[in-house]
Design a protein around this ligand. Structure first.
Ligand code: ADP
Ligand code: MG
Length: 246
């Protein structure tokens, strides 16, 4: 797939939690239309990396630019950023006391200032796209985990994000539900969405990613094509990691 100009640029990013250095000198560029998979052991900083891009965490030094604009500190611009950078978590995070349809409409009306009719049209279109057109009036607890995660993806897409971040989107799912979520993600990738995906699903990394980032100990240790990475990881750490999960 042809990959466009940089959409996310991290330069020399450093992040601490107190004395704990959790992101060290991170340089990362994600081009428009690119799918970057981030893998690495638990505690290596993958979630923190995602959260800094969405400005859920502050950084202590370096710069993060999304679509040509430095990350805003606060206020209106932050709400806009959050709309433009969609995020999907391991734990779905749906509004439990709202129907599926409402889950998809709320932020469209509040943040994107869409009228109800337009928001509802868009919500139904996206539910159809993730295969849940018939679940609009249910509550999250009435759905399976895989269905809930597909609702979460549709809800993020309803904001028309420029990029989608996924933080272990299938890790909380029963095995038989993983594929339905990965299929929605693969389709998004084919449609040209820019994506950064933290996952342990090596099949997705191998076949849907343009690049694989391997993180260990708060750093990016490798940043290569999936073909190269899976054929022969350069670092002993990546070889060790792969030998444990494959
Ligand atoms: P990963 O997603 O790769 O498992 P994380 O980004 O969650 O790693 O965590 C990286 C490091 O930062 C870990 O040592 C973790 O314990 C620490 N950490 C994460 N969030 C916080 C926090 N809010 N406060 C303090 N330490 C944190
Ligand atoms: Mg994590």
């Amino acid at each position: 797939m042809a990959v466009g100009e940089p959409l996310i640029e991290l330069r020399n990013v450093n992040k601490y939690f107190g004395a704990l250095h959790v992101l060290q000198d991170i340089d990362l560029t994600v081009g428009r239309g690119e799918v970057v998979v981030v893998i690495g052991p638990s505690g290596s900083g993958k979630s923190t990396l995602c959260r800094t891009i969405n400005r859920l965490e502050t950084i202590q030094s370096g710069s993060i630019v999304v679509d040509g604009r430095p990350l805003p500190e606060e206020g209106r611009d932050l709400a806009r950023l959050r709309a433009e950078v969609g995020m999907v978590f391991q734990s779905f995070n749906l509004f439990a006391h709202r129907t599926v349809l409402d889950n998809l409409m709320l932020a469209q009306v509040k943040v994107r200032k869409r009228g109800k009719a337009e928001a509802q049209r868009r919500a139904r279109e996206l539910l159809d796209r993730v295969g849940l057109a018939d679940q609009a009036d249910k509550y999250p607890a009435q759905l399976s985990g895989g269905q809930q995660q597909r609702v979460a993806i549709a809800r993020a897409l309803a904001m028309d994000p420029k990029v989608m971040l996924f933080d272990e989107p299938t890790s909380a799912l029963d095995p038989e539900m993983i594929n339905e979520v990965l299929e929605v993600m693969r389709q998004l990738a084919r449609d040209g969405m820019t994506m950064a995906v933290v996952t342990h699903e090596m099949g997705f990394a191998r076949y849907a990613a343009n690049r694989v980032i391997f993180m260990d100990d708060d750093r990016i240790v490798e940043d290569r094509s999936p073909e190269e990475f899976f054929k022969a990881p350069e670092s002993a750490r990546a070889r060790d990691f792969l030998s444990k999960i494959l």
